[in-house]
Design a protein around this ligand. Structure first.
Ligand SMILES: *[C@@H]1O[C@H](CO)[C@@H](O)[C@H](O)[C@H]1NC(C)=O
Ligand SMILES: *[C@@H]1O[C@H](CO)[C@@H](O)[C@H](O)[C@H]1NC(C)=O
Length: 453
């Protein structure tokens, strides 16, 4: 009867809950088997923000401190820059009081990110310099509340971002170039864990509980093995017991040799461009400023990614199964340089029309073809999106990969009229009669092909 049926359904549901609530153990076999929360693959586009004390010198890149005083021999340009422009003996921490963020309006930033079409935002909570953009009790006097902006940057941006229904993520560097305890452990060949136990882990647990990020973007792992960082123990907690256990995603930077192999989604290298379909979920992080992630006062227009380049990069990444994390570096006074804003709004304008081919799409059985112009494919079931990344030389576009049927329907996104088409051969291929392609600063157009094999 119905009641027994209902009971068995409920029992079945309860069994499923128990099953998904299975606990992860602190080893890669268990952790790597965790299914990635589905919001992440559907989101496709995120905005990355590199902001910290390094934004104050704004010279070279966010690696300025290391290039100036860490690496041996030091970078000539950085040393000269300091000796020419600052008094002798000026130290890096003296830049912190000049990190004013006096124009920082998190609502304005979040409006720009929303307008970019991104679905998540990842801010540097702490970069390799060790400065935290929140009041970390483990980073006394080297955080954005004790000095500089005197403000909880991580918390304030998080509220604004979330109020626009964007997911909020935090970047965290495991290592700190000059932390005395880290240098102590390093000298001991990472056989001691003073830095990890006294600084890194207490801070990281605290950060997760306070801000509940849905992306934990780990970095700075490469000098030491994951056993030094206690990565598997931390991740088991993150996935089993943390306040974000069901929604959080992480990347693969959890110890030397982990990249492209362990963790959540794969970043592999910065600006990873595999050129082929990757079976594991991955993300390409890249920067509008091709030479830096942090703000540079000496950036030039010719060093910026043009909008059509960004669009093709996004399209190619999504067609190959990746997410695209596009970086901007705000100024120390809290402004997003207008050129970055213009790029982000340009991506959003393109997505307003073409987003259907991007969000929640899946790679198709063929990822690209180049019979007349480069075309990238994405799909949703039997609907296939052919994204043209150049203007075809004539209005009859031939595509060899799609297999049509009598039910096939073709439209250009942004243009409601169905387009006429004919098969190339009974076995496959389609010739589409294109309308005049509308102007788009993104220089890419999407054909929606319905009922395709
Ligand atoms: C670090 O890992 C060791 C085992 O490798 C474990 O005993 C210890 O509790 C872990 N500490 C933290 C803070 O995760
Ligand atoms: C497509 O073909 C053109 C001309 O042969 C070539 O320049 C271009 O690199 C190709 N693009 C891709 C994505 O393969």
């Amino acid at each position: 009867n119905q009641l027994t049926q209902l009971r068995s359904v409920l029992l079945f549901a309860a069994a499923c809950v128990c099953h998904t609530a299975a606990r992860y153990t602190p080893d890669w076999t268990s952790l790597d088997a965790r299914p990635l929360p589905s919001w992440y693959d559907e989101a496709k586009l995120g905005i990355f923000i590199h902001w910290g004390v390094f934004s104050v010198p704004g010279f070279g890149s966010e690696w300025f401190w290391w290039h100036w005083q860490g690496e041996q021999p030091p970078d000539r340009a950085c040393v000269d820059y300091m000796s020419k422009n600052y008094p002798p003996g000026f130290s890096y921490p003296e830049f912190a009081p000049h990190f004013h963020a006096q124009f920082f309006d998190p609502e304005e930033w979040a409006d720009i990110f929303k307008a970019s079409g991104a679905k998540y935002v990842v801010l540097t909570a702490k970069h390799h310099e060790g400065f935290t953009n929140w009041e970390s009790p483990n980073s006394w006097n080297w955080n954005s509340v004790d000095t500089g902006p005197h403000r909880d940057l991580v918390g304030d941006l998080g509220e604004a971002v979330r109020s626009r229904s964007l997911h909020y993520g935090l970047y965290n560097s495991l290592y700190e170039w000059f932390h005395p305890l880290y240098l102590f452990d390093k000298k001991n060949g990472f056989k001691t864990q003073k830095y990890v136990m006294q600084k890194l882990l207490p801070e990281l647990y605290n950060m997760i509980v306070r801000y509940k990020p849905e992306v934990l973007w780990s970095d700075g792992d490469w000098e030491a093995p994951d056993t030094y960082w206690n990565s598997t123990e931390f991740l088991a907690w993150l996935y089993n017991d943390s306040p974000v256990k069901d929604t959080v995603v992480t990347n693969d930077r959890w110890g030397a040799g982990c990249g492209c192999k362990h963790g959540g989604y794969y970043n592999c290298d910065d600006k990873y461009t595999p050129g082929h379909l990757v079976k594991h979920k991955w993300e390409k992080c890249t920067s509008v400023d091709t030479l830096s992630w942090g703000y540079r006062r000496n950036m030039k227009l010719s060093e910026m990614m043009p909008l059509p380049t960004i669009i093709v990069d996004l399209v190619q990444t999504v067609a190959l199964g990746g997410n695209y994390l596009l970086n901007v570096g705000p100024t120390p006074d809290g402004m997003i340089p207008t050129l970055f804003e213009e790029r982000l709004r340009g991506v959003g304008a393109w997505l307003d029309i073409n987003g259907e081919a991007i969000y929640a799409s899946k790679p198709w059985r063929v990822q690209a073809e180049n019979s007349t112009i480069p075309v990238w494919y994405t799909s949703k079931g039997t609907t296939v999106y052919a994204i043209m990344t150049a203007k075809p030389p004539n209005p009859k576009l031939k595509l060899l990969k799609p297999k049509t049927s009598a039910a096939t329907k073709v439209t250009l996104l942004g243009n409601p009229k169905p387009l006429s088409w004919s098969p190339v051969q009974p076995s496959g291929g389609i010739v589409v009669q294109l309308p005049e392609l509308p102007y788009t600063p993104g220089q890419a157009w999407t054909l929606k092909l319905e009922n395709i094999q």
